[in-house]
Design a protein around this ligand. Structure first.
Ligand code: ADP
Length: 270
């Protein structure tokens, strides 16, 4: 019967291996669960903008003799389809990153350049709110990795800092070398994160009180992308925040020493 079969398999391999097998099966089941939840969540999130576009299309259809209304509905259709595009992009990015595999054939990346590109990506939103985004980087910092991934991670942090700050506030993007790591910090003076929610914000689709900032049109995927990029690069991401005062997100990545052969070796430190 099945009981004997189990005994026969378990006995010769010993309790430790059995435990390992059980843990493995639990892990597999968990991965499968996470995957199923992800698909369910994505489907749910896609329905909202698709439904909105459908309603707006009907409204345009019915308002054919009111050019002003047509214009208004068309503008909202543009906004909704941009939101949809953004969501689909983030889902694709995240599904590529999910395995947390180290980046294949990484390149040396110039951090100052990456921060510049990341800041440019948010400049339209920052300008619209008169938010000044300032970069402050130590010169010559580099990491090894995927330019696309690291740029996306920093861009997500900057976009959040801008999205969750009041107009006319400041955002600082700082990079420095700390004990073999490049620390990229994005500091804002925004709404901050309640301490009882802070552990959850890196989860997929998690948003602090979505009603509070529906207008930002976020997806809840940005920070999980940042977390996975950190993992695929052997680094991590941390957050420090005071509700009502601001947040600091710090992405740490192993520093790449890109000294060329004809440069002098570093002076000894005592
Ligand atoms: P979203 O697309 O909603 O911004 P994220 O995964 O990037 O998704 O962030 C998850 C949630 O964490 C956000 O919805 C927001 O509630 C909170 N959050 C992220 N960054 C900040 C920040 N700089 N200031 C305040 N809250 C933030």
């Amino acid at each position: 019967g099945p009981a004997r079969h189990v005994t026969a398999r378990v006995a010769p391999i010993g309790p430790r291996l059995v435990l390992a097998l059980v843990e493995d099966r639990t892990r597999e089941r968990r991965i499968e669960e996470v995957r199923r939840d992800f698909v369910a969540n994505v489907s749910h999130e896609l329905k909202t903008p698709v439904g909105a576009i459908r309603l707006l299309a009907e409204a345009v259809h019915d308002a054919a003799d009111d050019p002003e209304a047509v214009q208004r509905f068309a503008d909202r259709m543009l906004t909704e389809s941009d939101r949809l595009t953004h969501l689909v992009q983030q889902v694709i990015e995240l599904s590529r990153l999910q395995g947390d595999e180290p980046v294949e054939s990484p390149d040396p990346l110039d951090i100052e350049h990456i921060i510049g590109v990341a800041i440019d990506t948010s400049s339209i939103d920052a300008d619209a709110k008169a938010i000044q985004v300032v970069a402050e980087t130590e010169p010559g910092l580099a990491v090894l990795g995927s330019e696309e991934q690291v740029t996306a991670a920093v861009a997500n942090l900057v976009a959040n800092a801008v999205a969750y700050s009041e107009p006319s506030s400041k955002v600082l993007v700082r990079a420095r070398s700390v004990e073999g790591f490049v620390e990229i910090s994005v500091v804002d003076q925004g709404i901050g994160i309640p301490s009882d929610e802070i552990d959850r914000i890196f989860e997929r689709f998690y948003r602090v009180d979505p009603a509070r900032h529906r207008s930002t049109g976020g997806t809840g995927l940005g920070l999980s992308i940042v977390k996975h990029v950190a993992a695929t690069h052997g680094g991590d991401v941390r957050v420090w925040s005071v509700e009502g005062q601001g947040s600091t997100f710090t992405l740490s990545l192993p520093q790449h020493q890109h000294r060329t052969l004809d440069e002098a070796p570093p002076a000894p430190v005592d």
